[in-house]
Design a protein around this ligand. Structure first.
Ligand code: MN
Ligand code: MN
Length: 322
């Protein structure tokens, strides 16, 4: 939509208004009321009604916005500023209904359908991991998409609390059943932690998900892992979903379902950079739960990973434009 130009939206100039000042938006960008005219939309989905244990991710978007004021405009390793490559803004928070799960799923799907129909790539701050299901319902309207999921948990369980199909432990099973997700182009990285039943991974394995458990991950380098991931997802459309509980809780304690023995923040950054060149249709960072956080450190992880994802997404849009 837009070329390389400093006339694109830029973060507020820190030399004019210091970074600790002003109204907090994602990356200190302008707020937009509509996706029209954007290439990338940064979005909050303040919903945690899919949480089965410790709630709090509904407060994620606001704290991630706050911590995102620490980020500057140029990526030090990639050498690019995403704001020079694409038009991006803070599209605000998706409307949700904290007392009605099904209504929330509908609202989220509708909000992201508008973004998709405007030709805009969303990068989202959750919210618990259930929000990825309605996002995928919107983004996979033209056919199934691939998935790269960073997580401690497979999130492919079936039912909870009797016969309830919708929790943050079920989104990717539902996405396969609904034809949104091509499980042959799905990779889960960092999986670990105690499980309810030895059969908990059977659905994912039987359907072709590539599960890279933390034990295998720890024997390899992040770049080597991403080489395999890129080969699996190929050139087709792919969604990136980053559950912050994939990070070790010593670095990201502010989450509802922490699991020790996780990946480091630097490894996470190296892996996201390894996604460069893929056809990314959207991305999210979920499960940041500020009530459990310490000094905003997990929200900072979330904000920084959103910036890393923004750089990769912007680079891809700019490359396809040429
Ligand atoms: Mn998850
Ligand atoms: Mn998880």
């Amino acid at each position: 939509m837009t070329g390389i130009t400093r006339q694109n939206n830029q973060p507020l100039d820190a030399a004019v208004l210091p970074r600790f000042a002003g109204l907090p938006t994602f990356m200190r960008l302008p707020a937009a009321a509509s996706p029209q005219g954007l290439d990338v939309a940064l979005v909050g989905v303040p919903y945690d009604g899919g949480t089965t244990n410790r709630a709090g991710a509904r407060h994620g978007p606001r704290e991630i916005r706050n911590q995102s004021s620490l980020l500057r405009r140029v990526h030090h390793a990639l050498g690019i500023s995403p704001y020079d490559l694409v038009q991006v803004a803070d599209l605000g928070d998706c409307p949700t209904n904290p007392i009605d799960l099904i209504d929330s799923l509908k609202r989220i799907e509708g909000f992201f359908a508008e973004i998709k129909n405007a030709g805009v790539t969303p990068i989202t701050a959750g919210g618990d991991h259930l929000i990825t299901l309605p996002i995928m319902r919107a983004l996979a309207a033209d056919g199934p998409i691939g998935l790269i999921q960073f997580d401690s948990h497979s999130d492919t369980n079936d039912r909870y609390f009797g016969d309830n199909p919708y929790t943050h432990g079920t989104p990717f099973r539902r996405a396969v059943e609904e034809g949104l997700l091509d499980p042959k182009r799905a990779v889960q990285i960092g999986i670990r932690g105690s499980i309810y039943d030895p059969a908990d991974f059977d659905f994912a394995k039987a359907n072709g998900f590539r599960i890279i458990f933390i034990e295998e991950y720890a024997r390899r380098q992040p770049e080597d892992v991403m080489d395999e991931v890129r080969a699996i997802v190929g050139g087709g459309p792919v969604y990136i979903s980053f559950d912050v509980d994939s990070i070790d809780p010593s670095m990201a304690p502010g989450t509802g379902t922490p699991e020790i023995g996780g990946i480091t923040t630097l490894e996470a950054q190296r892996m996201v950079r390894g996604l460069r060149g893929l056809s990314i249709v959207g991305a999210d960072v979920v499960e940041v739960a500020p009530p459990f956080d310490v000094a905003g450190m997990t929200a900072l992880v979330g904000a920084t990973l959103m910036f890393e994802l923004l750089c990769i997404v912007a680079d891809g849009i700019a490359a396809r434009r040429q």
